[in-house]
Ligand binder design. Structure first.
Ligand SMILES: [Zn+2]
Length: 443
């Protein structure tokens, strides 16, 4: 009995121990596997859904395929002018989040805009890593980016929208809910005036995807995984240098993957100064790296932004790619050249101090020629109108007619071709007159 009892206890302890080891073991395996999924979701390499997304779009919108042919023809015949000025593209970042972690910080967003401005101007610090043989064709595209200063209605904006969604994961490049407020995403801003960059929990193993020029205006954007965005915050290696967005914006400007999207040496990226390449690269090759299409040094250009190398191993666009992007900017995306999205709204806040009441100051200088400025104070966010009248009471200029936040503002008034004489200016809030003052133009 004693022995049996003792051995029974031993057996019991033994079974518990086995169960404990098993449970602990399986919980370790499970935790480990979850951690590895959440920390390194793309440990098998970079994946971009652009090709699949555009194929689907062309099926759903047959005119897109026709536009593509025309756009390719334009790109082939485009030659870059000698003297170009820098073009600044207004950007809106749409953060569509389910968890607070996905609601990335403004700092993280700004770090991504910085990377775009460096990479597209070839001011990135790792240009030194570009092999000597390709340094001469490393390109400054002269394309720059600003976070939008005014929204599609003309109101002041941070260039960032934030939308909470019940969608825990957008399932991939076939999931278009991200583009529609009514479906748990965020409606696009006019693609003719803004580059729309979506940030979300993108699934399907994707880091991002983008629409080529010529497609549906409602989806003409780039979509990016929130952990492969910018260089700080919740960004995760090896996609922590902002190069996913550099790559996706390249697609948005009509760049193809450097290997031409077919695993052979026939399909090209339509850029003459990038070497033919059989397939995508992954991780971080050591230069020179050769393949069947480039059997000899210098081999393939795996450090090009349009390849699949890790962020830290990418460092150039070529002159040919820059020409293609500028072709897009002078063809299907030419309307961006006229966008006022980067220009702050006409009133400039001159103080963060919150005034206690609406008021308007004397214009200075007065008398004036050719311009003067008018200060006014707004105690709470309001719709403000500031208008200039001639002596007959006719409005000659509306200086402000928009929603503004509380603050002290200054707005400039230029005489233009107005005649010398006496004028009046009035400040209204929600249509209610606050004050009227006189100004004198002497030409
Ligand atoms: Zn891609």
């Amino acid at each position: 009995m004693k022995n049996f009892k003792k051995s029974g206890i031993n057996l019991f302890i033994f079974l518990i121990a086995i169960a404990a080891v098993f449970l602990l073991g399986s919980s370790l395996i499970s935790t480990g596997s979850n951690d590895s999924i959440s920390l390194y979701p793309h440990s098998n390499g970079r994946t971009c859904g652009t090709v699949e997304f555009n194929e689907l779009q062309m099926k759903q919108h047959p005119e897109f395929r026709i536009n593509r042919t025309r756009i390719e023809e334009f790109a082939k015949n485009y030659s870059m002018p000698q003297n170009r000025s820098v073009i600044t593209i207004p950007v809106v970042v749409h953060v569509v989040y389910n968890t607070q972690q996905q609601n990335i910080s403004e700092t993280q967003i700004l770090s991504q805009i910085d990377v775009l401005n460096q990479d597209y101007a070839r001011l990135n610090s790792d240009t030194t890593q570009t092999p000597e043989v390709w340094k001469p064709i490393g390109a400054n595209s002269q394309i720059q980016f600003c976070l939008a200063q005014r929204d599609p209605s003309g109101n002041q904006t941070s260039g960032i929208t934030r939308t909470q969604t019940s969608i825990t994961e957008f399932t991939g490049s076939n999931d278009q809910r991200i583009f529609f407020t009514a479906q748990g995403g965020q409606d696009i801003w006019d693609r003719d005036r803004y580059l729309n960059i979506y940030v979300c929990n993108l699934g399907g193993g994707l880091l991002g995807f983008a629409q080529f020029p010529g497609g549906n205006p409602q989806t003409d954007a780039t979509v990016n995984l929130y952990t492969a965005f910018g260089t700080t915050g919740v960004v995760q290696p090896p996609y922590d240098k902002g190069r996913t967005v550099t790559h996706e914006v390249g697609h948005w400007f009509n760049l193809f993957h450097i290997w031409g999207d077919e695993p052979d040496c026939n399909q090209d990226d339509e850029v003459s100064d990038t070497p033919l390449q059989g397939n995508s690269s992954s991780g971080c090759f050591t230069f020179p790296h050769t393949d069947a299409c480039q059997p000899n040094s210098p081999g393939i250009m795996f450090m090009n932004y349009m390849d699949y190398s890790n962020d830290a191993c990418m460092n150039l666009f070529t002159q040919g790619q820059s020409t293609r992007m500028n072709a897009a900017l002078n063809g299907p995306r030419a309307s961006l050249l006229n966008s006022n999205g980067c220009i702050p709204v006409g009133i400039i806040p001159i103080s963060n101090e919150i005034p206690t009441e609406f008021s308007m100051g004397q214009n200075y200088p007065n008398p004036f020629n050719p311009s003067t400025s008018i200060k006014f104070s707004v105690p709470k966010a309001s719709f403000i109108t500031l208008a200039v009248y001639d002596v007959s009471g006719k409005i000659v200029k509306t200086l402000v007619n928009e929603n503004v936040n509380a603050g002290i503002y200054k707005v400039d008034f230029s005489a233009g071709d107005l005649a010398s004489g006496i004028y009046f200016y009035s400040l209204y809030t929600e249509g209610r007159l606050i004050d009227t003052k006189k100004l004198m133009l002497i030409k």
